[in-house]
Design a protein around this ligand. Structure first.
Ligand SMILES: Nc1ncnc2c1ncn2[C@@H]1O[C@H](COP(=O)(O)OP(=O)(O)OP(=O)(O)O)[C@@H](O)[C@H]1O
Ligand SMILES: [Mg+2]
Length: 453
């Protein structure tokens, strides 16, 4: 419930305000007879709003405002003066008050003022948390050699105006790379416009890219800027470029060559100022060979190529990624951040993530957050398919990747301990320092360890 603190040295007045605010605004209220007491209550009860008399003996309203500022207290404050002196109210707003009222104002107006101030505060908090979330979600997490090299490449290419082609498996982070190129580029404040041609019907691709004049085709009821114009001096991100229809490829090539774009049905040429970043999970050379992609367009786009490594080439990033996702997901759900038990993390780090890479990991973490009631996510919350796929891929293949060999080593440790303990599950779990027998059973399942008949 909303708590409003009323600060006035005249107790009868403070009480009257508090009474009216409870009755009319439905707030909880507290009263303080002076600045010192107000500071105490604010520190203890964290009210949502403070109604403050500017004229008080001892510590006056201005000093209270300064004290709030010094202590980093961000509670919104509405001030008033007993004398109806607006000059002083305005001065108080300059020193940080959120609004002012007149002692003679009807109570309804006071409540309205409080509501306005509270709403503004809610919006500010929301914007701040959205910004934080955006920042948190738009930078590459990980400290593997592969991701460090990727960051270096991004930093090197970001300020260059030439096109960049980002290639990599689905869900590996291509769009994130494109956004980082923009963020670290010369015009980070300019728009970042993403266009996914795979998500558009063929008939719309060209109009989305180049725009159209009114009446250019049936249904073009108004003139519309295309993505090239919308991106201004920022970045145009052409996602899934491999899916672009051939006719649109020809036009795109012309636009890239001329650095000018003409809206469909128009004749005015508009200069293209945006930097082009294209992405694909297809092998464009193979697409060229199969005559599905124009070679001349590929040559325009692939001057600089950034390859985003699949997650299995940087398994050591899984822990940091999982942790980052836990933080953002729990924040989004408005719950306290959960932790991964070591066994659960083990299951994640030994999974192959071949299907959808980092996106798959993020989705799995989200499912685990929902599955776990407590604060700790255990191996029992790891989805079956992650465990199963993990055990399937841990059967040693020829040659044996690091991944396979580690799984084999784990299997030997587990089997060794089981044999030492005559396959007694609880004793073996104890021997291995695991939380309980369930953890051991999970690990056994993941590694495909079974009691010999
Ligand atoms: N290194 C990383 N650090 C943090 N988050 C990442 C990282 N790589 C990918 N992600 C996250 O994984 C998800 C998938 O990334 P993104 O959309 O960039 O992949 P993509 O390669 O464009 O996939 P697709 O080919 O399916 O379009 C996003 O939520 C992204 O934020
Ligand atoms: Mg993408």
């Amino acid at each position: 419930m909303t708590l409003v603190l009323v600060v006035d040295d005249v107790a009868a007045l403070a009480d009257q305000y508090a009474y009216d605010l409870r009755r009319l605004g439905g707030y909880d209220t507290a009263v303080a007879a002076g600045g010192e007491q107000a500071l105490e209550i604010v520190a203890r009860d964290a009210p949502d709003c403070v109604v403050l008399d500017l004229e008080m003996p001892g510590m006056d309203g201005f000093e209270v405002l300064r004290a709030f500022e010094r202590r980093g207290i961000e509670v919104p404050v509405i001030v008033y003066t007993g004398t109806g002196n607006y000059e002083r109210c305005i001065q108080a707003v300059r020193s940080g008050a959120a609004g002012f009222i007149d002692k003679a104002d009807p109570m309804e107006r006071v409540v309205r003022e409080i509501e306005t101030v509270l709403e503004r505060r809610r919006l500010e908090t929301e914007v701040r948390s959205l910004r934080r979330r955006l920042d948190a979600e738009s930078s590459l997490v990980g400290d593997s050699a592969a991701i460090r090299k990727l960051r270096e490449t991004i930093a090197r290419l970001a300020p260059i105006p030439s096109p960049v082609l980002v290639v990599g498996e689905s869900g590996s982070g291509k769009e994130l790379v494109a956004r980082d190129l923009h963020r670290l580029g010369t015009n980070p404040k300019a728009p970042f416009v993403a266009l996914n041609s795979a998500a558009l019907p063929e008939s719309l691709v060209e109009s989305e890219l180049f725009g159209h004049e009114r009446g250019a085709f049936t249904g073009a009821t108004a003139t519309r800027r295309g993505a090239f114009e919308a991106a201004e001096r920022g970045t145009l991100f052409l996602d899934e470029i491999g899916e672009l229809p051939l006719a649109a490829q020809a036009k795109l090539l012309r636009v890239l060559e001329d650095r000018r774009v003409t809206r469909l049905g128009g004749n005015r040429q508009v200069p293209v100022e945006a930097r082009i970043v294209a992405a694909t999970n297809r092998d464009l050379d193979a697409e060229v060979a199969a005559s599905r992609f124009r070679q001349d367009l590929l040559f325009r786009l692939n001057v600089h190529v950034i390859r985003v490594p699949p997650l299995r080439e940087r398994q050591s990033d899984v822990a940091a990624l999982a942790d980052a996702f836990l933080a953002t997901i729990c924040e989004r759900f408005g719950i306290r951040k959960k932790r991964l038990a070591p066994d659960a993390l083990d299951a994640l780090t030994s999974h192959d993530w071949a299907r959808n890479n980092v996106r798959e990991l993020r989705n799995v973490v989200e499912r685990m957050v929902i599955a776990a009631d407590g604060e700790v996510i255990g191996p029992e919350h790891v989805p079956e398919d992650v465990l199963d796929a993990g055990s399937a891929s841990s059967t040693p293949r020829d040659g044996g990747s690091f991944h396979d060999r580690r799984a084999e080593a784990e299997r030997q440790i587990v089997i060794g301990a089981l044999e030492r303990n005559q396959w007694h599950i609880t004793r073996t779990a104890d021997d291995l320092g695991l939380a309980d027998h369930a953890s051991l059973l999970k690990i056994m399942r993941r590694l495909g360890v079974q009691r010999p008949k």
